[in-house]
Design a protein around this ligand. Structure first.
Ligand code: ACM
Length: 241
């Protein structure tokens, strides 16, 4: 099974161009599970709830999900990526899984970080494991790394590969994910973003260093914090127990 991450530098508010850029970087990839960052299509630092609402979309029929579904089908991919999800008049910081067969699943981030609490509702229905072409796949989002229960519950429910779209800011997220892999005997794929956003009198630099970790805590792939990067590795999912 081929799995990978696409580390990106989204431009705030420019959904179409962010989606186009990601699709272009994936144009030669097929037959794999690929993880993209949290909020990869919108950027992170919202100034207001109105701004967030304008960038939100439905997972059922939104623009980004539609584009990613087309790509997944064309290239036999499963894609996991973060969006602002609008659902029943609430707004979630969600991870979406689209499969090559056109199925769509979401996970709504439960542990909101800092200013995210001003804008997003925390997820309610959580920690579902999906069977994707025989691979048991779980999703978490960024700051969930700080709460070992998230990976533990997913692992107890049978997850072999945990996909982790991220906009990491704090220093220890990547290191903690190695521990999460070891303590649960699972593969983890952290797709982080890079770059600095300066908005709403706040400036945040994202830490990059996306990585794929095996159930023994080994780095199968990792990158720095300077460039958009795609890494894909072959794994034997049966190693995860
Ligand atoms: C984060 O959860 N995006 C820091």
């Amino acid at each position: 099974m081929k799995v990978g991450f696409l580390q990106l530098r989204p431009k705030f508010g420019n959904v179409k161009s962010n989606v186009r850029a990601a699709k272009s970087l994936l144009k030669n990839v097929s037959d794999a599970i690929i993880v993209l960052p949290e909020l990869f299509n919108t950027g992170y630092l919202f100034r207001s709830k109105d701004e967030l609402k304008n960038l939100a979309e439905s997972a059922a029929n939104g623009y980004t999900v539609g584009e990613m579904k087309k790509l997944a089908k064309q290239k036999n991919l499963s894609l996991v990526f973060g969006i602002v999800e609008k659902k029943a008049r609430k707004y979630y910081n969600s991870s979406v899984l689209v499969t090559s067969k056109g199925k769509v699943f979401t996970y709504q981030k439960t542990h909101l970080f800092d200013r995210e609490k001003l804008f997003f509702s925390p997820g309610e229905k959580s920690y579902v494991v999906h069977d994707v072409d025989g691979v048991k796949l779980g999703m978490m989002v960024c700051f969930d790394w700080c709460f070992p229960e998230v990976t533990r519950i997913l692992a107890l429910r049978g997850a072999q590969v945990i996909c982790h779209p991220a906009n990491l800011i704090l220093p220890h997220g990547q290191a903690a994910m190695k521990t999460r892999s070891i303590e649960n005997r699972v593969f983890t794929i952290t797709a982080n973003r890079i770059g600095t956003e300066k908005r709403a009198n706040v400036s945040i630099t994202f830490t990059g260093h996306s990585q794929i970790i095996d159930p023994s805590g080994n780095e199968l792939a990792s990158v720095g914090d300077r460039s958009e990067s795609l890494k894909i590795v072959d794994i034997d999912v049966a190693v995860a127990v």
